[in-house]
Design a protein around this ligand. Structure first.
Ligand SMILES: NC(=O)c1ccc[n+]([C@@H]2O[C@H](COP(=O)([O-])OP(=O)(O)OC[C@H]3O[C@@H](n4cnc5c(N)ncnc54)[C@H](O)[C@@H]3O)[C@@H](O)[C@H]2O)c1
Ligand SMILES: O=c1ccn([C@@H]2O[C@H](COP(=O)(O)OP(=O)(O)O[C@H]3O[C@H](CO)[C@@H](O)[C@H](O)[C@H]3O)[C@@H](O)[C@H]2O)c(=O)[nH]1
Length: 332
């Protein structure tokens, strides 16, 4: 039996594929490479294609005996989703609906979703708990929340059990230094700061310093990609051993402002990293910090690489070794 990993050529997906293989799982990756990199997928595991392609899904489900699906494939940029909401509804909600439709036809009953802290919107309390209100401030968060709701009804109607993992801000890279974060264009804070340290950018823009936070800049909970990878394995175990699913926050429970992240990156890299304040980015909540108590008690998940310095150092290790990222990107 194999695990189908959609979006497994992407950043978090590729680290999770590594973890699954280390656990002895058989894996098939489905990725259209619109954002991902063929080079990160181990030889022979990549099926190149779109998750929306139902014919392809039928061929896949006939060819491989799929036990469970881990669904990373999506668009995930907060700012872009505000500019182009329909693109997000199409590739996130429609794609998930098609995938679940074909899964249901083949009787596949285990599903793990990459969900997000963006489902909460502006939180009513910190740290955020899974039972807190979900009022997204951007279309990206709305689309992930829509998929979570779809999953609930798929359980009621078809018995598809699912785990929705609400990641906070993924960062860092594999300790072996051969896979890491390479989004094109890059929009995430830590890799952009590291591009300044590498001399590829002159400054890092701080998107707004007039938020109601201690230093006026947005606060996020940065979580190591290897800890996220491990959570997917634990989610599979939960589905297999308990036959139940759930919604889980994945974060360290500690928030860092944009200015603090820049300062910590200066310390890790030894580079001055000039910054300048620019306008707020649409759709950004001021503070997102997780309570991951539920993931700890029900999944047995505890982050192993929780220090911000360690997270940045592992990203820096990858970026220094791959200053131009992966060589195989479609857009190159
Ligand atoms: N990076 C974060 O901080 C973060 C935080 C919370 C949630 N997430 C979620 O985690 C998932 C992975 O994020 P990431 O940062 O690794 O993104 P990513 O862009 O690196 O990976 C997504 C992968 O999906 C593929 N893909 C997209 N649409 C597809 C389609 N229709 N068919 C086939 N392949 C498709 C892309 O080519 C890419 O390889 C996303 O669902 C995202 O919403 C990410
Ligand atoms: O050049 C930059 C880039 C980002 N930021 C800020 O840095 C913080 C982090 O931004 P970014 O790294 O782009 O991540 P988020 O927008 O917080 O979103 C990430 O984290 C979310 C969960 O919290 C996920 O859902 C998203 O998919 C993922 O992209 C935000 O306050 C941004 O406004 C800057 O100030 N300057």
């Amino acid at each position: 039996m194999a695990i189908l990993v959609t979006g497994g050529a992407g950043y978090i997906g590729s680290h999770t594929v590594r973890e699954l293989l280390e656990q002895g799982e058989k894996v098939v990756v489905l990725d259209n490479l619109c954002k991902g990199h063929a080079a990160v997928v181990p030889e022979g595991l990549l099926v190149r294609g779109d998750v929306q392609d139902k014919e392809l899904l039928h061929r896949l489900f006939r060819r491989y005996e799929i036990e469970a699906v881990i669904h990373f494939a999506a668009f995930s940029l907060v700012g872009e989703s505000v500019q182009e909401p329909l693109k997000y509804y199409e590739n996130n909600v429609v794609t998930a609906q098609r995938l679940l439709t074909v899964m249901q036809e083949y009787g596949i009953k285990k599903f793990v979703l990459s969900s997000t802290a963006a489902t909460y919107g502006d939180p009513q309390g910190i740290p955020i708990q899974e039972t807190d209100p979900t009022i997204p401030t951007n279309p990206y968060g709305e689309t992930k929340l829509a998929i979570e709701k779809m999953l609930r009804w798929c359980d009621v109607a078809y018995g598809i059990k699912s785990v929705a993992l609400r990641y906070f801000n993924a960062a860092g890279a594999h300790p072996e230094g051969d896979i890491g974060e390479d989004h094109r264009p890059e929009s995430h804070l830590i890799p952009l700061i590291l591009q300044v340290a590498l001399g590829q950018r002159d400054t890092i823009s701080i998107y707004g310093d007039d938020y109601e936070t201690q230093d006026g800049t947005c606060i996020r909970d940065y979580i190591h990609v290897m800890d996220l990878a491990q959570a997917h394995w634990l989610a599979l175990k939960l589905l297999r051993e308990k036959g139940t699913g759930g919604i889980y926050n994945l974060g360290n429970g500690q928030g860092f402002s944009v200015k603090e992240v820049i300062a910590r990156t200066r310390a890790v890299t030894g580079h001055p990293i000039p910054s300048r304040v620019s306008a707020r980015r649409a759709g950004d909540p001021a503070v997102l910090v997780a309570s991951a108590a539920k993931a700890e008690s029900e999944l047995g998940w505890r982050p192993k690489h929780s220090g911000l310095g360690e997270i940045i150092a592992s990203a820096w290790n990858w970026h220094r070794r791959h200053p131009s990222g992966f060589a195989d990107h479609e857009a190159d």
